[in-house]
Design a protein around this ligand. Sequence first.
Ligand code: FE
Ligand code: FE
Ligand code: ZN
Length: 277
Amino acid sequence: MFTIGAHLSINKGFENIGLESLSIDANTFQFFPRSPRGGNAKPLDPEDVNALEKLMNETTMDVILAHAPYIINLASKSEKTRANAFAIFEDDLKRLDQLPNNMYNFHPGSHVKQGADKGIELIIESLNKLLREDQKTTVLLETMAGKGTEIGRNFEELRAILDGVELQDKIGVCLDTCHVYDGGYDIVNDLDGVIDDFDSIIGLDNLMAIHINDSKFGLNSHKDRHETIGNGKIGLNAITEIINHEKLRDLPFYLETPNDVEGYKNEIALLRGLYNE
Ligand code: FE
Ligand code: FE
Ligand code: ZN
């Protein structure tokens, strides 16, 4: 079964985001559990959460993906910034425990001028305090485009983080097609080679989700500018191969393309048409 959804706004509540997803033929969705720029999160409404759970029980929607705010940086040089990131992450994990089957994707962080090794060390230190044996949510490291001093610009950096995490069954990876392509992995001409690399360095058993985006600038650009499906440097042929690849096709796919809900509906219809059921 093809699991596909889009990043939608949670402003109207969990039941509504579920219904909106079904209305665009999606069977999952991604959401910000709080403003992407941080700030306090609204308390969860248990009735609304129950309604989403019911909807998930009655449909093929069986997993959802939360995305951490962009501003959090567990690798920051500043202790204050790290503490702030830690507090948001901790609070998000508590809230997500109350939601049905979900995962929590985050950008590993930026080392600023400390060097990747130091940044990775700081991320591991925080993760080992944040992850709990009793949590339900799987936390995902996102593959990054390598803009500025972003950590996660290559598979080795994610491997280094995974190696340091004690609770291995609480962590995984989300692959962003725009980011890996911008980061220098040629998923257009050598998809099998990139997947083999991923498998030998990170392990495909750690791959839990895919952000399916086209890229405005393309291979090695390190720009991280998403494009609508088929209109960027990755293109529709490569995207068709990605969603149908035997090692990827059963994962949940999430659109983060520059679109409104109507645009996502059209992209989902397009991808469903290209997916070999
Ligand atoms: Fe992201
Ligand atoms: Fe992404
Ligand atoms: Zn991005």
